[in-house]
Design a protein around this ligand. Structure first.
Ligand code: ZN
Length: 410
């Protein structure tokens, strides 16, 4: 990992905030608000951690004049394994190291993710996520806001009654979401693994408790069974066909396909994973085939009316900081309109997390989570990978001076 000469400014606001919170004015030629609107020559006024107004066409002083950069809401990745890392020998760590090394690797991943413009991520669960979530929320450690499932529920989690108890325990332990494995990994063919009774138990109990659910499901049967069991979001869906895509759209279930980052990252880093668990030659052959399956699937998904497709990467070791590639590939491979791809990573992703009143949109009353990218993503979607400015909760974490090289090489 190499740091480019970037100039970034970290502003620590005073802990004891007086009635007069500092005002920051951010001006840019173009602002995309996350809901589909574009504002020109806009000044975003931030007081403390919130946006208070967005003014257009006015001049006056600006704390940050971002010139020709395009401002967007901080991006959201609804599926990023923030704890996954390569070890000091460069290999994927099959077993956790010391608690101290695990949390430091997680903090590094959180940092590069924030620098790539992602101000919120959802982690489908590692033991260290809660401590990381709390440390970042305290305000000094730079990283995205984190939501986590802490653990996962799968076909070996027990009887329906035992599964219901596990869901209640997750709530007690502070999980933000329940992560479920309804099918095998793509490296094992992706067939359904949990029974319908098990799926009804986990998603039924979660719904009763008001907890969100996200389900790893590749095969059409596993997607159908999950949707019919009342689960709220489907992950991956490599084998999703027209029927289940329509079923998700009809039932208002969120779909989080991962077509632009995870498989490419595994194949690029094959030597670092090979030999651990199901990272076998056969597993890699499945993943290689998955690239084409994904290409076919994403075109169908984009063409499915009313399908609520959110942005998630399944970022694992090696992929952190490259999250925005998923947005680029949605447009390139899937033919999604750039504005729709941006909405899926901002206001729609926020809605899937139940945070639509706080993040994912630029407007008065929203958290001041915003980024600026070099270029116009509506005409060149790769601009979302060139993040020059990052503000989260009113604090500036990154500001690349204009003309300096961007952050493409973390
Ligand atoms: Zn995952």
């Amino acid at each position: 990992m190499r740091f480019h000469a970037l100039l970034f400014v970290v502003v620590f606001s005073a802990v004891a905030v007086s009635a007069q919170e500092p005002t920051t004015r951010i001006r840019a030629a173009t602002v995309i608000d996350g809901t589909g609107k574009v504002l020109r020559n806009a000044t975003i006024v931030v007081q403390g951690s919130k946006i208070t107004s967005i003014d257009t066409g006015v001049s006056g002083s600006a704390s940050y004049n971002l010139g020709q950069l395009t401002v967007l809401p901080g991006m959201i990745d609804v599926h990023a394994h923030v704890a996954w890392h390569f070890d000091k020998d460069g290999r994927y760590a099959a077993r956790p190291g010391s608690p101290a090394s695990e949390i430091l690797y997680s903090a590094e991943n959180a940092f590069v993710t924030l620098m790539a413009g992602f101000t919120t991520i959802q982690s489908p669960g590692s033991a260290s996520d809660v401590e990381l979530r709390e440390a970042i929320a305290r305000g000094a450690l730079p990283g995205p806001r984190i939501l986590t499932s802490i653990r996962q529920i799968n076909e070996r989690s027990g009887t329906p009654e035992e599964i219901r108890a596990l869901v209640r325990q997750l709530k007690q332990d502070g999980a933000d979401v329940v992560k479920i494995f309804a099918s095998a990994s793509i490296r094992d063919g992706g067939k359904q693994t949990m029974t319908e009774e098990q799926l009804r138990a986990v998603c039924g109990e979660a719904n009763t408790l008001g907890m969100r659910t996200m389900v790893h499901a590749h095969s059409p049967e596993s997607i159908k069974a999950s949707v019919n069991a009342g689960c709220q979001q489907i992950e991956h869906g490599v084998f999703a066909d027209d029927e289940v895509l329509k079923l998700m759209a009809d039932k208002g279930v969120y779909f989080d396909p991962n077509i632009g980052v995870v498989l490419q990252n595994y194949l690029k880093n094959k030597a670092k994973f090979l030999g651990v668990g199901n990272y076998t030659e056969e597993g890699f052959a499945y993943m290689e085939k998955g690239l084409d399956l994904n290409k076919t699937m994403i075109k169908k998904a984009v063409a499915t009316p009313n399908l609520k497709m959110v942005l998630g990467t399944d970022a694992v070791a090696g992929a952190h900081g490259h999250n925005a590639d998923e947005i680029v590939e949605r447009v390139r491979q899937g033919g999604q309109k750039p504005m729709d791809a941006i909405i899926s990573a901002t206001s729609l992703a926020a809605k899937s997390l139940g945070l639509e009143k706080a993040i994912g949109t630029l407007g008065p009353g929203y958290d001041a989570d915003l980024i600026a990218v070099d270029g116009d993503p509506l005409s060149d979607i790769s601009a979302v990978t060139r993040v020059a400015f990052v503000m989260k909760g009113g604090k500036v974490y990154k500001h690349v001076a204009s003309g300096a090289k961007s952050n493409s090489e973390f």
